[in-house]
Design a protein around this ligand. Structure first.
Ligand code: TXA
Ligand code: MG
Length: 322
């Protein structure tokens, strides 16, 4: 590491001094985790090959899995990706916010080929979180940022979660408190017909309403997605996860959902509110894991709206591991 990058992982505050240090570190090629409304991202200058390589290293992420590029505005996003009419419409409706668009790459933007895994397309997101906005504006360039967890583990929704997995491997984390959405962005492929590559913080129904057409959902990829979307086993706690569980399992840690789940160890939302459930999901999986249990059971969550993203993450958490 260069001498202007202190060793160890600093926890930075969201005041002017903290954010200008975070922007300085990004410019120096260091890795800085920061809050977004979905989850914490692990940021690197998207034009700096060494910095981006560092992201893959810190996360132990397979190189074929490309990264999302974060920008402060639609205007800035246009310098990196080629927008079509559908993309314009969605950006107008949902940005800033938890929607990522996969579009043809503008080669002249000078992104590291590691960011796009050499695909010729790029995933773009304009986050709404004021701290992410301030950092991206202060930095003044594209920031590649996957979720700030080691690959295959649960995404972080608090600065402490980031430090649990990445302390000592990254220069800093900007501590902006809890993430309000709690699930990653919805990823929409727009290179051909619109297709949901990953359900997330913007429900598919809202996108369908905006476009006036039903959307396709990408079929789940295997271990090496060619149209990168997702690996089957992901978001994995240490414990085994059983989803759609109605009864009880001996010794299991029970995560409930809704008014019917009295007696559960934790309830994603006692009133059955999906927004609350999404915000609690990753944090509760971590708490369940920390209890030392061998098995986590989760009540059924209705498969509509944000429930589709919640069930997607639970399916991956429950998937067989190597
Ligand atoms: O909410 C979020 O999206 C968070 C915050 C930090 O913004 N980020 C996030 O990044 O979840 P990550 O790296 O954990 O997930 C990025 C996903 C991966 O599944 C990757 O395969 C997909 O985006 N992706 C990236 N570029 C792509 C591309 N060009 N084509 C298809 N999928 C792409
Ligand atoms: Mg991730």
């Amino acid at each position: 590491m260069k001498s202007d990058i202190p060793s160890g992982t600093q926890r930075l505050s969201t005041d002017t001094a903290g954010l200008s240090e975070a922007a300085r570190l990004l410019r120096a090629g260091a890795l800085v985790a920061f809050p977004t409304e979905t989850v914490y991202g692990l940021g690197a200058d998207a034009r700096n090959d060494r910095a981006v390589a560092g992201v893959f290293e810190a996360k132990e992420r397979p190189r074929f899995n490309p990264l999302i590029v974060h920008l402060p505005s639609w205007e800035a996003a246009r310098t990196v990706a080629r927008f079509n009419a559908t993309a314009d419409r969605l950006a107008a409706a949902f940005w800033p916010g938890p929607l990522t668009l996969v579009l043809p790459l503008v080669e002249e933007a000078g992104l590291s080929t590691l960011v796009t895994a050499g695909l010729g397309t790029v995933a773009i997101r304009v986050p709404a979180h004021p701290v992410a906005q301030a950092l991206l504006t202060g930095f003044g360039g594209p920031v590649a940022a996957p979720s700030a967890n080691t690959s295959g583990r649960i995404s972080p929704t608090r600065a402490a979660h980031v430090l649990d997995g990445l302390s000592g491997r990254i220069a800093a984390v900007v501590d902006g408190g809890d993430c309000a959405v709690g699930l990653e962005s919805t990823i929409l492929g727009l290179v051909n017909d619109p297709v949901i590559l990953r359900p997330g913080g913007i429900p598919a129904e809202a996108i369908e309403d905006c476009l006036g057409t039903p959307l396709a959902t990408a079929t789940p990829a295997g271990d090496r997605p060619d149209a990168p979307g997702q690996l089957a086993s992901h978001y994995a706690p240490r414990a085994r996860v059983l989803m759609n569980t109605r009864g009880t399992e001996d010794g299991a840690f029970r995560i409930g959902f809704g008014p019917g789940a009295e007696g559960a160890d934790l309830n994603l939302s006692p009133t059955g509110d999906m927004v609350e459930a999404a915000a609690n999901l990753f944090h509760f999986l971590r708490r369940a894991d920390a209890s030392g249990t061998a098995t986590i059971t989760v009540s059924p969550v209705p498969d509509r709206g944000l429930g589709r993203a919640i069930n997607d993450r639970l399916r991956r958490a429950a998937a067989p591991r190597d």
